[in-house]
Design a protein around this ligand. Structure first.
Ligand SMILES: Nc1ncnc2c1ncn2[C@@H]1O[C@H](COP(=O)(O)OP(=O)(O)OP(=O)(O)O)[C@@H](O)[C@H]1O
Ligand SMILES: [Mg+2]
Length: 440
């Protein structure tokens, strides 16, 4: 049922509306108001999916309703000859309008208009929900002085539209920081598009980033929008920017300077409102003048954020462990003091990513009640900088699967249907495995 508020003071129009709903068996539950006062009273106490309102009413006009700033689509109905009013109403936030005619034909298209308004709303809600889900995932953990500095810069970057350069070793949270900047900033409702410059073959980067017109090169059989255009109104995140070939660096520089872009083989430049965030885990300053353009470097690093390596903020480890273990198991798991001490005694060359991976494996392999990630660190001394487990400690895939199923069953309180769904396997397969493995 669509809940609709129909605001109309003309008795004949009211009647025509009622007839329409009845005759067409429309799935609408409606209320009627014949004044602004009445409409406001309804809107304050009930929720509607859509409001259809006549423009002129005895005690005001549709703008009085628009001014309430409600989060509901509003369709304006106005007399012939007052199209300008309808356009003004759209500018003030109305979703659509219908022009009244003497035969009340406008009512025939009302169902279509109404469905369109509601459908638009559903899509908008989905985009909002998606962006809320994404932004909810952007949690940056860490209270150390080094992280506080980084967080301050992230907030500063979010509040501006200047290009940002994020530096830091692998796994320190550069992607996370880029997302945080996007989702905290003014363009959060726009897209966030991440591109790894090192992963794209050199001959494809240009076409992917800037798009092309039909015929720009032999295989360009149709026009293609580039990623910069797709990120319009949002953020483009250029990961591993140090790998970008020099001739593309020149093109990127001109995009930043002119805030406009031309597709490959294109003649017209289009204005571009895309925020640029770049990152690198190499020392770009060393590459300046050789493999990286100085002018681009200075353009990109208007705001520069350095994500500190984990070894410089070992004090953040307990909180990071709590956060990841909670995310992995859904429970609050506290590691023992000795575990934490061992974790804080390690150098973490893979940084936060390595810590997260080790915790993930520790949870999977846990057999008793205690989670012991420190056992998975190669040795546990601070001199170890590589984390390659000894071959003997590698468990077989079968054993891994058995333990994983056991853990999943435990977390789903033994419910096999839910466990199968969570593991992404069919119920029959799960049951067969349980039988094969015998007891757990
Ligand atoms: N401060 C943090 N709080 C919570 N999670 C974090 C933090 N830093 C990193 N992570 C997590 O660690 C993982 C690696 O982070 P991310 O991908 O952002 O690193 P990166 O610096 O981009 O690495 P690379 O240089 O390899 O691309 C991600 O799962 C991320 O969510
Ligand atoms: Mg990254």
């Amino acid at each position: 049922m669509i809940r609709c508020l129909f605001v109309e003071d003309d008795y004949v129009d009211q009647l025509a509306f009622k007839r329409l709903v009845l005759a067409e068996r429309l799935p609408w539950a409606y209320e009627m108001a014949d004044t602004i006062y009445g409409a406001k009273a309804f809107l304050k106490k009930e929720s509607f999916d859509v409001v259809v309102t006549d423009f002129h009413l005895p005690d005001g006009n549709a703008f009085d309703i628009l001014e309430m700033g409600l989060d509901v689509p509003i369709i304006i109905v106005t007399g012939a000859g007052s199209e300008q009013v309808a356009v003004d109403a759209m500018k003030a936030g109305a979703n659509d309008y219908l022009i009244k005619d003497s035969d009340r034909n406008y009512l025939k298209i009302l169902p279509l208009t109404l469905n369109k308004a509601i459908k638009g709303r559903i899509i908008e809600d989905r985009i909002k929900a998606q962006s809320a889900r994404d932004s909810a995932r952007v949690v940056i953990i860490g209270d150390s002085a080094a992280m506080q500095d980084a967080n301050k810069l992230i907030n500063l970057a979010a509040a501006s539209d200047a290009p940002v350069l994020i530096t830091g070793e692998t796994g320190t949270g550069k992607n996370l920081a880029a997302k945080a900047i996007h989702y905290k900033g003014a363009l959060r409702r726009g897209p966030f598009i991440a591109i790894n410059c090192a992963a794209l073959p050199e001959n494809m980067i240009e076409a992917e980033l800037f798009g092309y017109e039909r015929g720009a090169f032999t295989s360009a059989v149709a026009t293609k929008r580039g990623l910069f255009e797709m990120a319009e109104g949002g953020t483009i995140y250029l990961d591993e920017i140090g790998e970008m070939p020099l001739h593309l660096q020149a093109k990127l520089l001109s995009v930043i300077e002119d805030k406009s872009l031309r597709r490959l083989g294109g003649v017209i430049s289009r204005d571009l409102e895309t925020r640029i965030v770049a990152s690198t885990n190499i020392d770009l300053e060393k590459a300046l003048g050789s493999s990286f353009r100085k002018d681009l470097y200075y353009r990109l690093s208007v705001i520069r954020i350095h994500m500190p390596p984990l070894k410089e903020r070992l004090g953040d480890i307990p909180e990071l462990c709590r956060f990841f273990l909670n995310g992995l198991t859904g429970h609050n798991i506290t590691l023992s003091e000795s575990e934490l001490t061992r974790l804080m005694d390690y150098q973490w060359p893979g940084n936060v990513r390595e810590l997260r991976n080790i915790l993930e494996r520790a949870v999977m392999l846990q057999d008793g009640s205690e989670v012991r990630p420190s056992e998975l660190i190669n040795g546990s001394g601070s001199h170890n900088t590589v984390n390659v487990p000894h071959e003997e400690s590698i468990v077989t895939l079968e054993e891994m699967e058995k333990r994983h199923i056991k853990m999943a069953l435990k977390r789903c309180s033994g419910n096999v249907t839910r466990t199968a769904a969570a593991l992404g396997m069919s119920l029959a397969t799960l049951k067969r495995r349980i039988k094969e493995y015998g007891s757990f």
